[in-house]
Design a protein around this ligand. Sequence first.
Ligand SMILES: NC(=O)c1ccc[n+]([C@@H]2O[C@H](COP(=O)([O-])OP(=O)(O)OC[C@H]3O[C@@H](n4cnc5c(N)ncnc54)[C@H](OP(=O)(O)O)[C@@H]3O)[C@@H](O)[C@H]2O)c1
Length: 271
Amino acid sequence: MHLGLENRVAFVAGASSGLGRATARALLTEGCRVAICSRSSERIQCAAMDLAQEAGVPDDHVLPLVCDVTQEERVRTAIDRTVDHFGGLNILITNAGGPPTGTVLEFSADDWRAALELNLMSTINLTRAALPHLKQAAASTRPLARILMITSISAKQPVAGLYLSNVSRAGVQGFAKSLSEEVGAEGITVNTILPGYTRTDRLAHLSEALAERRGVSEDEIEAGWANQAALRRVGREEEFAAAAVFLVSEPAAYITGVALPVDGGAIKGLL
Ligand SMILES: NC(=O)c1ccc[n+]([C@@H]2O[C@H](COP(=O)([O-])OP(=O)(O)OC[C@H]3O[C@@H](n4cnc5c(N)ncnc54)[C@H](OP(=O)(O)O)[C@@H]3O)[C@@H](O)[C@H]2O)c1
């Protein structure tokens, strides 16, 4: 299938590791120019060099940017720098780290606010900064304008101990669906992608935290996750990235307002 991604410009947030990084690599392989961001200068520079090499593209196809996506002004600067550098913006992929685990009374009001900043407000910050440029891209002679928000299976099926994630992801789903309705007439698609348990740094930290909390081994935690999936294993980053790339491609032009789980069949609801 021809994905129509050659010479398109993408911004992938939270891309120094994990799902964001894997998605950036897949977009580079398809011929995109990709801006990537994270909080750590060292990690994002290093990721940019490695990604160009892994994708077999020139170094200047990747633009590393230091940006904490909870900071509205920094987000605006990062998006503007991407547009200045590559000459436009076709694809926004929102992403960040995940919040800590715990039970309801363990979290302070500040913990709740921090989680909403990390997973909900970051998505809104990125979208507000990118939207004027995506509108231009949608109205151009080679139109392609896509927003894809990385959330979690917890948006459809709350995960025990992940209160902060369960709540903030639900907010992102509401934002995405509302936005898809508002910008659809311009040809801009807005979708969310819901990873299930996928092997990344975040998953390693999560299994360590849960193993300690429950007094079991990390292997037992991981086996439990694998067993929740119909496919009886955790996912791989590249499997997630393949679905993400399709959703932002040209052939996905008639898909908007959907929440796609990439979870090996972990969500048990019918829809
Ligand atoms: N992996 C899974 O199994 C899974 C399942 C369900 C949901 N998710 C969700 O999917 C998202 C990505 O997960 P992952 O497994 O890829 O996590 P990860 O390996 O921890 O990667 C997170 C990335 O986001 C960056 N980041 C974190 N906070 C940031 C901020 N405030 N501003 C900018 N960048 C930030 C990190 O880089 P720096 O540290 O350099 O900033 C890193 O590049 C998370 O929200 C996670 O909760 C993951």
